[in-house]
Design a protein around this ligand. Structure first.
Ligand code: NDP
Length: 455
């Protein structure tokens, strides 16, 4: 096929995705973003179109939607909706987190599951792609309420998962507390201590050291590798990190370990600008231990710290020259205007700690300005990679040291960076990490799907 014939074919598949999945705009966006890169691969590999890999990869192998009833502390009954989308098992058991947030719809879970297929492939580890969640909001709920919700959620989910079938983990709104309640209920229902059924567990009961840190650390290592291609590093650099959850916190810590200064962070209600550099220990205590708002940080640290509720975090780049941006909160949180602000500020590199945080226009703005841009499916793969390391430890009934696990994570991120970079070079787009990640991830999955027949 010529590139233009391939592009037409890809567009026709995309049109089918739009009609078959009405209203699922985030899923459409995720598919479009991958498809934009694929014409040269379809050109080179006619077998991909002949065996309908593109059509099959957009159709989840299984989608489960279920009712989650639970009772609050005042004896009131609530009903939430639970989801698990088992997207693709060509490379291994489905693997991907659970998101608990009021905004979660089937289309949200499908966008995340679709991204997960390629991200997991890029880690080079034997894991397929899946994702799940609920429109339940853990914010403002007591521990007992969260426990009852998690138990009810797992009462249905347990039928569909297993260490060789589907292995959930955390995501927005699902951290160590929720994983504990979910695992406890799974164990109770199955009467088996199947450690490898869920990752993100506590260190004392089957969890992996460095898993909590892995996504944030991995994103910074990826950014460091990108910077190194231009003989630059984090040392002495000014950085903005959006969010202040699991990914953001440990991205902040790793930037500081590498000599950079993080001057801003945020949550869904506002942003802090701290020209002297975010105090990681204080922010971690407020967000992780106390589950409080980021506004607390400004109140407690005082001095030159400013708390802002209007305008986005990225507008700090109008006042301070920013070298690296790490969006680590949620999807579509960085738009074209934010991207222009960062470009005007002189930003050198952007690595996505979150999934799809930059809008398509923002990505094009960065790429046009020759900014090093690491898409989420490559830059934030350290979390799921370390989850796979947790599964390895569970399977061998072993427990590795922090140093060893972090070293494995670092090696995986460096190898991942290299493979994405080499693929971009091979396809004539040097430095284009979006093309590199999409093509490499897709090819690995497509080859396995073809080998396994039309299923
Ligand atoms: P957390 O729940 O720990 O933190 C999310 C952070 O983002 C919070 O600070 C939250 O603020 C903020 N946030 C959420 N929604 C919005 C919004 N609409 N606008 C602005 N800020 C918002 O989640 P994680 O840190 O685990 O996940 C963050 C991102 O990273 C997600 O995109 C997730 O899919 C992705 N990711 C996570 C991995 C992991 O290992 N945890 C692995 C790979 C990707 P608030 O507290 O006010 O809600």
């Amino acid at each position: 096929m010529s590139t233009s014939t391939s592009a037409k074919f890809i567009n026709s598949v995309y049109q089918t995705v739009l009609t078959r999945n009405p209203g699922e705009t985030e899923f459409h966006q995720a598919v479009h973003e991958v498809f934009e890169s694929l014409a040269p691969v379809i050109d080179r590999h006619p077998e991909y179109s002949e065996s309908a890999v593109l059509q099959r990869i957009c159709e989840p192998e299984r989608q489960i939607i279920f009712r989650v009833p639970w009772i609050d502390d005042h004896n009131r009954v609530h009903i939430n909706r639970g989801f698990r989308v088992q997207f693709n098992s060509a490379l291994g058991p489905y693997k991907g987190g659970l998101r608990f947030h009021p905004s979660v719809l089937l289309g949200t879970v499908k966008f995340l599951g679709f991204e997960q297929i390629f991200k997991n492939a890029l880690t080079g580890l034997p894991i397929g792609g899946g994702k799940g969640g609920s429109d339940f909001d853990p914010k403002g709920k007591s521990d007992r309420e969260v426990m009852r919700f998690c138990q009810s959620f797992m009462t249905e989910l347990h039928r569909h998962i297993g260490q060789y079938v589907d292995v959930p983990a955390g995501d927005i709104g699902v951290g160590g507390r929720e994983i504990g309640y979910l695992f406890g209920q799974y164990k109770r229902l199955t009467n088996a201590y199947e450690s490898g059924v869920i990752t993100g567990k506590g260190i004392g009961w089957g969890g992996s050291r460095a898993r909590t840190e892995a996504t944030g650390y991995g994103a910074v290592i990826f950014a460091q590798e990108m910077l190194a291609t231009r003989d630059q590093s984090f040392d002495g650099r000014k950085v903005l990190v959006s969010g202040s959850g699991n990914v953001a916190l440990y991205a902040i810590q790793k930037v500081q370990q590498l000599g950079g200064t993080v001057v801003g962070a945020s949550d869904s209600q506002g942003a802090v600008y701290d020209p002297d550099g975010i105090d990681f220990d204080l922010l971690r205590q407020i967000k992780e231990d106390e589950r409080a708002r980021i506004s607390e940080y400004a109140e407690r640290k005082g001095g030159r710290v400013q708390y802002r509720t209007s305008g986005s975090l990225w507008s700090i780049a109008k006042e301070e020259q920013i070298d690296v941006a790490l969006p680590c909160a949620t999807q579509n949180e960085l738009n074209a205007e934010d991207a222009r602000t960062l470009v005007n500020s002189g930003v050198q590199a952007v690595a996505e700690g979150a999934n799809m945080p930059s809008t398509p226009d923002a990505v094009h703005t960065f790429q046009k300005a020759n900014v090093l841009f690491g898409p989420g499916k490559a830059a934030n793969a350290g979390g799921v990679a370390t989850s796979a390391l947790e599964m390895q430890q569970n399977a061998s009934r072993d427990s590795w040291t922090f140093e060893y696990t972090e070293q494995r994570l670092t090696d995986i991120m460096k190898r991942l960076h290299r493979s994405v970079q080499q693929t971009a070079d091979e396809y004539g787009h040097p430095g284009d990490y979006v093309m590199g990640a999409n093509i490499h991830g897709f090819s690995l999955v497509a080859d396995a799907m073809i080998a396994q027949g039309v299923i």
